[in-house]
Design a protein around this ligand. Sequence first.
Ligand SMILES: NC(=O)c1ccc[n+]([C@@H]2O[C@H](COP(=O)([O-])OP(=O)(O)OC[C@H]3O[C@@H](n4cnc5c(N)ncnc54)[C@H](O)[C@@H]3O)[C@@H](O)[C@H]2O)c1
Ligand SMILES: O=C(O)C(=O)C[C@]1(C(=O)O)C=C[C@@H](O)C=C1
Length: 297
Amino acid sequence: MFKKVVIAGVGLIGGSLGLALTRKKLAREVVGVDPDLENLKLAVCMGAVGRAGTLSEELPTADLLILATPIGVTLGVLEMARPYLAPGTIVTDVGSVKGRLVERAEAMLPSRVYFVGGHPMAGRELAGVAGAREDLFTGAAYVLTPTASTNPAALHVLRQLVQALGAIPLELSCRQHDRAVALISHLPHLLAATLVNTAAGEADCELLLKLAAGGFRDTTRIAAGNPAMWRDILLTNRDMVLQAVKNFRQQLTTVEQAIRAFEREELVQKLAAAREIRQNLPENRKHVLAELHENEG
Ligand SMILES: NC(=O)c1ccc[n+]([C@@H]2O[C@H](COP(=O)([O-])OP(=O)(O)OC[C@H]3O[C@@H](n4cnc5c(N)ncnc54)[C@H](O)[C@@H]3O)[C@@H](O)[C@H]2O)c1
Ligand SMILES: O=C(O)C(=O)C[C@]1(C(=O)O)C=C[C@@H](O)C=C1
């Protein structure tokens, strides 16, 4: 599909993309660019990239650049890449927040280099290529954020790539995306971290953590994620995150009041409504995997 894909940032997400591109034979060559040389060496050993390279040497002959760096440095890397991008090259990113990044990226690139924002809705609480997995994106939603100036052919190519990775492409505006992820990704992370800190702030926290069973573990898994990555995400999507926190606080106040006033009916209603929604949450990954197996069989 691609002649040469350059991945800038061969960590968890860049490495998983590299593994999938390589194993599914979607690119003749996959080259990694990363300042962490130990990580890059491991990426080559694992087969996530065929070799290591530099932006200046590799980009003139690349047809796809994937920016899989921490969101705080992505625009700086694009700035460094810009002079070496050949006409016709497609550039995409995987950042967890889109708004300003997409706007700036589009403004900074020449007219014959095509940028389309992207965000795979899959991840792990591990940083670095060591946690990369070829099947990380299988069955996951993969958001693309076209704008009025997006090149339709480039969008089509990326849609095909997402499908070839086994993911499900979903086109959203940057604003729709940033609002949605504030509610279903960024707020949950903040709450998971706050739950852990709430227990840890008690004098008998050692005992509390010893007792912690499925409830605490299931709701706090993501609190083990990379703090620097989450700081960048929360501050970059600040307005949407603050709105999500406000909505959450209102919901929490309602149940707090119901408990305080022994409002049994109100409490059951709230819990039952949540149960119904949670039980019917589309099992996107498992569901799609099962369908894939059925189709193959
Ligand atoms: N971790 C997740 O669950 C997840 C899921 C979806 C999207 N994302 C997004 O993916 C991006 C990468 O996250 P990750 O979890 O793979 O992080 P990571 O820390 O595992 O990988 C980031 C890589 O970028 C490299 N890097 C840093 N500065 C660089 C530079 N100037 N040039 C080239 N490489 C550079 C780092 O050395 C590292 O190897 C972030 O923007 C994040 O928002 C993360
Ligand atoms: O499953 C996880 O560990 C994740 O944190 C993945 C997760 C999320 O679901 O919130 C985290 C950040 C990304 O931008 C997308 C996905």
